[in-house]
Write a protein that binds this ligand. Structure first.
Ligand code: HMG
Ligand code: MG
Length: 302
């Protein structure tokens, strides 16, 4: 196996995770979670999203959360911005990176951001231009890169098409997202290969939800292709309100355990990460959705 020597994890728990919780999570808890994640060594944190509070009320405290974070040097903070209105609100909170999020499925694009794929690109264009002009980096997410809750299986060509559209408007990096966690290794590899027809291996990442328990296998399959950047979520939080049935993202704890075992350094302190996952899981009154976290917490009990 020819695996990458280093891996970058983007922690998406505060955003992807907490956008999908039924019970309100106060800004103070979100801020504390970010503090614990950065203390554990996460250097890329997706904090929140600047979307409509009518659509996703869980993220309505976006500016408060961004303002409350004690920034740590060497850590980059990203936020989701679906349109210029979101970008203008976001930029006041000084993110390092913004994320525009489109889809390889027309139906999901409509349900999630209320416009077609083509319209979404037109909305992203001025956002990307403004972000780049201000020195921010721009990531794109391609949802439903393997399967869609409304359209079923998605052909890799659709991923290549959206990647091309994003590239043409200046998006610097794309995340290939298995939004509903239906992917298996070969299918995920084909979706990544499709993105690789447009972006280089250093410009793509994997974003795998774990609905069918395949996210770690898909992560390993991606590593085997040389992909070295992944979105992961502490305690396996995550989901999208517009993708019914989708469960959390691959747990950061599980991915860090996997990488440690493979001898790939991440700079992340697994014990502190498990503590961060326990902190937010305790608040949500459940156990961390991570096998590695469960094992390590059990071990602590002796
Ligand atoms: P829209 O209704 O088409 O927007 O929503 P509009 O421009 O027609 O405006 C309608 C109203 O929304 C107006 O307010 C605007 O001010 C307001 P009103 O006059 O009715 O009071 N509005 C906004 N307010 C705050 N921030 C904004 C904003 N834009 C408009 N940025 C919109 C379009 C995209 C805003 C809407 O569909 C939306 O917010 N969708 C939420 C999508 C979302 O957050 N989904 C979850 C994140 S994506 C995800 O989880 C997938 C990912 O993890 C990868 C994967 O797993 O696939 C990234
Ligand atoms: Mg997601």
């Amino acid at each position: 196996m020819d695996l990458p020597q280093r891996v970058k994890l983007v922690e998406v728990g505060p955003r992807d995770g907490l956008q999908n919780e039924k019970q309100p999570v106060p800004a103070s808890i979100k801020i504390e979670l970010v503090h614990r994640l950065q203390a554990a060594g996460l250097t890329e944190i997706e904090v929140t999203s600047f979307v409509s509070p009518k659509w996703v009320p869980q993220m309505a405290d976006n500016a408060e959360v961004m303002a409350g974070i004690h920034r740590q040097s060497g850590v980059r903070y990203s936020v989701l911005t679906p349109n210029l209105q979101g970008f203008e609100a976001a930029v006041k909170t000084r993110p390092d990176e913004i994320v525009v999020f489109g889809a390889a499925s027309e139906a999901f694009s409509q349900k999630n951001i209320n416009c077609s794929i083509a319209q979404s690109i037109e909305r992203f264009r001025p956002v990307v231009q403004a972000a780049l002009a201000q020195g921010l980096t721009v990531r794109g997410a391609i949802s439903c890169a393997v399967g869609c809750p409304y359209e079923g299986e998605i052909a890799p060509e659709r991923v290549a098409l959206v990647a091309r559209l994003m590239h043409d408007i200046g998006v610097q990096h794309v995340g290939v997202a298995d939004t509903i966690g239906v992917g298996t290794p070969r299918k995920v590899q084909r979706a990544l290969d499709a993105a690789l027809t447009v972006y280089s291996i250093d410009e793509i990442s994997g974003h795998f939800h774990d609905t069918y328990g395949m996210a770690l296998a898909n992560t390993l399959a991606s590593l085997q292709m040389g992909v070295w950047q992944f979105d992961t979520s502490v305690a396996g939080l995550g989901g999208c309100p517009y993708a019914k049935g989708a469960t959390g993202n691959v747990a950061t704890e599980d991915v860090v355990y996997l990488l440690k075992g493979l001898g790939i350094e991440t700079g992340i302190d697994l014990d502190k990460l498990v503590d961060a996952g326990k902190f937010i899981s305790d608040f949500l009154d459940r156990k961390p959705n991570s096998r590695a976290a469960a094992a390590l917490l059990n071990k602590r009990l002796g």
